[in-house]
Structures are given as structure tokens and as C-alpha cells.
Design a protein around this ligand. Sequence first.
Ligand code: ZN
Length: 692
Amino acid sequence: MKIKKLSIASLLLSAMIMSCTNGAKKNEATQQKKDSVVATQTEIMADCFADIQVLRYDVPGFADLSLKQKQLAYYLYEAGLCGRDIFWDQKYKYSLTIRKTLETILTTYSGDKNSEDYKKFLEYSKRVFFANGIHHHYSNAKMLPDFSFDYFKELVSKSDNAKLPLEGMKIDEFTKMLQPILFDPKVDPKAVDLSANVDNVKASAGNFYEGVTQKEVESYYAGLIKKGEKEQPSWGLNTKLMKENGKMVEKAWKSGGMYGAAIDKIIFWLEKASTVAENDVQKTTLEALIKFYKSGDLKDFDDYSISWVGDTASRVDVVNGYIEVYHDALQKKGGYESVVSMKDLEATKRIAAIAKEAQWFENHSPISDNHKKKTVKGISAKVITVIGECGDNAPSTPIGINLPNSEWIREKHGSKSVSLSNIVYSYNFARAKSPTIGEFGASQEVKDRVAKYGPLSGDLETDMHEVIGHASGQINKGVSTPDVTLKNYAGTLEEARADLVGLYYIMDQKLVDIGVSPSIEVGKAQYDYYIMNGLMTQLVRIKEGDNLEEAHMRNRQMNAGWVFEKGKKDNVIERVSKDGKTYFKINDYNKLRDLFGQLLKEIQRIKSEGDFNAGKNLVENYGVKVDQALLKEVHQRMDKLNVAPYMGFIQPKLVPVMEGDKISNVKIENNESFMDQMLRYGKDYGYLPVKN
Ligand code: ZN
């Protein structure tokens, strides 16, 4: 199964890197975008803590929707939030206990709230909210509190015990139970552990399996696959697999099953939404999703996905369900998510121009002819304005989405690719403040070029990654899907492949010819950034001594590291040391493009042939190990810049205006603080018990 999300780090420049110390800045574009319903200017920079910058985004155009469309968006938005607890529980089985404990302390603690310890507790709570659990949203590593266990006990004892999720325990037992979970670095240290030569199921903290080994899981699902049948469901996508009385049992996430209490609320709002659907296709799609939530049958999920792909006419759209699989080391279990959006009619024109030429791009790709698609099908490209996100998509969000994930549905029915324009806008705004390029850019020419073309080249790379990247190439007849053949390397290789399609074409005159790029210089700006980030700046996200775990980070280092090494004999990229600082300077952009093409060809071959060993070697040799001296240098240089490496968002709030019992309008409010939003969500959408 593929990973379809771009992390924010694949944005050009250091989108994710900006100063924590900047004061809140006004969103200058709010004035330009007069159609926004936000009465006052939205403060984009909202909060900053630890390694996180929290932003806001506007929803331009929302006020222009019809009342029916606004109602539809509102119902879908509520449906999305109702599943928030599911994602928390999926990530870790103690997540809800921990969150409810933090919420209780935050709202009822009667002790000193001005102490240094309490500030540390506040920061820890925000970090946990941001990550939907105690494992870092990006690095997957467990986040340890900066305060002591004794202080934690004091916090608990001076809070309203009636509101704690004690489950019959006494306070002492309760805090003792939480001690290793919160404070012991050796207990469940990683949300997802993709290391070679360990049991990836046992080593991962995710709540997708219990009492089973990786071998047992693999043989269980291998047993479900019907040989020779292509149109199979994504086995295991919506269940927890565990052993009961020595037998393997799947607990389905459905109405009446695991997570049923939250799912029934989701269904309630989806049913309302289906009554105000924009057209019959959308109505059928929403009904199919409701059917799936009721039955838990993956065949129903496929029917829903097929119907959803076919709905290209609706202005308001939604992604809702168990979608991306990268929280599971074996890439089978779907994390709950929701994205409610509306088409951005203006920006859609750019991405459509690229999608229109998809066959040209496929035909001219450097991959082997027998790995090319004869007809590139159903890429429906559009740019969307996000209205609200939840679960796996919030507070940290993708900037591009390409769904559905099922290979055979993609091949037969196509896929929808979207780029999230208002999210990207907020990033660009924050990025404009970033001092990172000034520190790491290899020359003044590079810095000037990135300043001039950075935002556009970031948009184009994202567009191509999603629209022609993931959609290109085909798997040889008789070869299984990448989750089966490439296993834990599938995600990294797929993201690498999509990145490389974008990198190969961003230097192509074709983009200038079809009117989406003013100059080849745009491509150079992307190369400058990609090499700088892949070989250096992204390292700020990991600790000294660590290697790379996350699929996107692995893919970027692999791509950049491979072309660096292969280009050495021609000095394509030069490693320069100046005043004790390292820079990577590109000497030959055309040769670099050729190298990206060669690597694309090889990774496509690996996917098409299912060559596990070649895939493993590429990732392990180039994508995992980190140059520790360089890592140390990056941290030292970044520390001086005082930057927060990650960004995420506060969601706008949709507020229905009532006339009697009828909704007469839906307004957007965008002034809630991050903490207030997290506490409100916990209070209003906390539908699941702490034990599921
Ligand atoms: Zn991707």
C-alpha cells in the first residue's frame, strides 16, 4: 500500500522552519482575499512550543458557497471530529487514559500554575495534543516529560479525582500504572519501528495488534489473499488483530464493534450530510461510506472508494475513513482521518495543465518502456481549500493527497489528486520568515533564486509528486503489490519514486511550454533546496546518535545521497567546507537531472518487478544511516537560528446560525487558541471509553 501524503518538509525551502520568537504576524493576504468570511484578520502564527509552530489557515471562498453546500460542509466537519478518539486509540492503547488525565489536570488542578514545573507540564501537554499521543508525530519516538514523576503525582492529587479515568483504581495505583508508560524511556519507545531484523509488530507501540508476532500477522494475512484474484480488499485495513484462546481474531472498527460509540456519531452526521448532497453521485458515495461503517466489510469500503473517485463534480468533498497505513509497521492498518474541503477554482487551473499532459510525461519518462502505463487513467487533479481536518491529518497536515490507496482501484477507476492551497499559503507565509536558507544556501545566487522562485517550485514539485508521480508506472503481470513484495520498504520507495518524477520534470522545458512555469530557473531552485534539505537541513528533526526512521525523510536522504555519490566522478554536487561550515553546491544541473532520471528508472524497476533485495539495499545504504558529524553541525547551526522545525494547525470552527430549528447560515470563527481547541475537542468529541 502506498503512502500518499506529502509531509510539510517536502515543501520548498524550509517551510517547516521558522523562528519561534517571531511575534504574531498578520495574514497580509486576508486583505486581498476579501471573500473570506473571517471578520478580522487571522493571526497566522498562533502558538509555539518545543519544536512546534502552530499556525492558522483561512477558508477563502466559504462565504460564497450556497446554504446547502455550507450545511453539507458543516455536517461532514462534525462527522470528522466524532472520530478523533479513534485515531488516539489506534496510535497507542494508553492514549485516551493519558489524554483524559492531562485534560483533567489542565481544567481542575488547584495548585500553583505559575511554577516552572507547571510550565513544563503545559508544554508537555501541548506536545502530546499535537502528536495525538505521547510519541512524536514525526520522529515516532516517545516524548518524555521534563518534570518528575513526583510532580506528576502532585498534579494528579490536586485535581478533580472524579474526572480521572481511574477505572476502579486507587489514585496511587493509577499513577503507578502510568509511571512506566509516561516516564520510562524503555517502555514502548517507538510508535512505529521499521528497523531491520526486529519483530516490527512487537517493537511498535501502535494499537493494531496484541499478543501476536510479525510472522503470525504476515502468515495470517497471506492466508486471506485469494491467489490470482486482482480485485481484493485491503485486508486488515479496519481491524485490530489479536489472539483469543490461541486463535487469531480480527476486531472490526464498526458500528456495534470496536470504536462503535464514536462510529455511530460519525454515521449520525454522515446521514445528515447525505440529505444535502450536491448530486446523486455524492449522495451514493456518502451512503456507501455509511454502509461500510455499519458492516465493517472491506468490500463495502472498496465500493465507497470507487464511488468517491467518480465524484469529481461536487464543489464540497470529504476524505473520511481508515486511510493511510504508515502508523502500522506492516502497512496494513488504516489510521482514522477526515478532511473536509472545497474546490479552489483558480488554483485548479495550474494543476489541471499538468494533469492534462499526464500521458506525455509518462511517455517521456526515463523509466523502462515496459514499466510505463499505456494509458494513464483518471487522474483528476484539483486544488482544494481545506475547511477542517481531524485524526491523522491534524494538527499536523499533509499538503497534497492522492487517494484511494488500493492499487487495483487506482488502475481500474483512477484516483483523485489534490493540493491543499490554503494550507500551503499559510506555510509559505511562515516560510518567508525563515532564516534557514540564509544559513545553509551554498551561494548568494542560490539564495536569490530560492527567494524568487521558491514558492512556485514548491507548488510545482507537490503537484507533480501527486498528479503524475504516484500515478505513473505499472507493476509487471504476476507481481504482487508493493506492500507484499517490498514490505517495510514500500513506503519509502514509493515516496522516493513520486519525488523523482517531480524532480525529473521540474527542469523540463515542457513546464514552460504549457504555461505553468516561467523558466528553467524554477527547476534549479528546487534542486538547490532538495539537495540542501535531503543531505543536511532535515537532520535537525532527529537527535544526535539516531538514524532515519520516517519514510519521507528516508526517501529524501536516499534520493539526495544517491545522486551525490553517483555524481562524484563528474563533480555534479560539490561538498564545500567554508569557515568550518558545510555546504552542498550543485555544479551541473543538467547532469543532476540525468542522475535523478537514472534513480527513478531503477526504483520503478524495483517496484514493477517486486525486487525486495534491491529495494532494501537502496534504502538501507542511502536512506537510513546518518552522517553524525554533519548532524551535529546542523544542530549547532540551527540552534543559533532559534527555529521550530515542525508546523501544524488550529482548525477553523464552523458555527451554524440557527433560525428556529433550521440552519440559516454557517459561519467560520478562527480565533480559538490551540489549547482551548484541544480541550474543547476532548470535552465535546470524547466518545470512546479509555479501554477499547
Ligand atoms: Zn507521496
